[in-house]
Design a protein around this ligand. Structure first.
Ligand SMILES: [Fe+2]
Ligand SMILES: [Fe+2]
Length: 279
């Protein structure tokens, strides 16, 4: 296969009780049906409140199963709970082995690797980083083995949280520590990735679209497929809109297209709280 077409969706936040978000997913589904990529990757926050409501994850899985192409999944903080950080407050829903097991029972492995079009694709569970859980150590061991076998292939990394805002050694600030891969695990991960030909880091989580390059690595922040977060609640860094990202990988490079599916609506999180409280 000389070209591999991958569509990244993210932060679908699906729940049966939130039909406007299902409506945005339906628009996405129609676009995917029309374009038929080789693979869809959902980079996490599949459900609205997975740690508290397992039914949200089951609902999300059922909608993805209806897509006409294969899917791979990665967990988000709203699926398995959040990372502990050195500088920020303790998460209200910390990641734990039971929630990880519940996720895996519904979506399968929370990390993966495959090769296509001369590339190596790696998906990581970013929520176990800094957790001290057995799953964190197991993932680092697994990653080391994968990176040892990439050979000369360029590497594309997918994970829920962006690695950093601007640069690997950005200081971790208490107010935004939940937004990026936390330190010190970030440094260990970046050092491991330094041994391979990393070209792309594709993330979600921030609900803002962004596309920047640091060194040889292009960082793509996929927007949420579901909703945006108003400036009063969240600093604007990139573009606040719902949408998706399409990639075409060839052995000598890749292309990125920033897309909105016809019919996708910029639902505001605040309006959603109102909807949830009245239904
Ligand atoms: Fe999200
Ligand atoms: Fe998230």
């Amino acid at each position: 296969m000389s070209e591999f077409r991958l569509t990244q969706i993210s932060d679908t936040h699906l729940a049966r009780r939130l039909p406007r978000l299902t409506g945005n997913f339906d628009s996405l589904s129609e676009h995917i049906d029309a374009t038929r990529p080789d693979l869809v990757v959902n980079s996490g926050d599949l459900g609205f409140d997975g740690p508290a409501q397992r039914g949200d994850l089951e609902f999300a899985r059922s909608l993805h199963d209806a897509l006409p192409v294969s899917c791979r999944y990665l967990p988000g903080n709203h699926d398995v709970g959040d990372n502990p950080t050195l500088s920020g407050a303790v998460p209200s829903q910390p990641v734990g082995e039971p929630s990880l097991q519940a996720y895996r029972a519904i979506f399968g492995e929370d990390r993966w690797r495959f090769d296509a079009a001369g590339w190596c694709f790696i998906g990581l569970n970013s929520l176990v980083l800094n957790s001290g859980l057995p799953s964190e150590a197991e993932q680092f061991d697994w990653l080391a083995a994968q990176l040892a076998s990439t050979g000369p292939r360029p590497v594309a990394l997918f994970l829920h949280k962006p690695l950093y805002l601007h640069a690997p050694d950005d200081p971790e600030l208490a107010a935004t520590s939940f937004r990026y891969v936390p330190v010190p695990a970030r440094g260990r991960l970046v050092a491991m990735l330094g041994a391979v030909d990393l070209r792309l880091v594709a993330s979600g989580h921030v609900h803002q679209r962004r596309d920047f390059t640091f060194g040889q690595v292009r960082h793509i922040w996929a927007p949420s497929a579901a909703f945006i977060i108003a400036d009063a609640r969240q600093q604007a860094i990139g573009l606040k809109e719902v949408g998706l990202v399409e990639y075409r990988f060839q052995p000598d490079g890749f292309e990125v297209r920033h897309i909105r599916a016809p019919g996708q609506d910029d639902v505001d999180l605040d309006s959603l709280f109102g909807e949830a409280s009245t239904s």
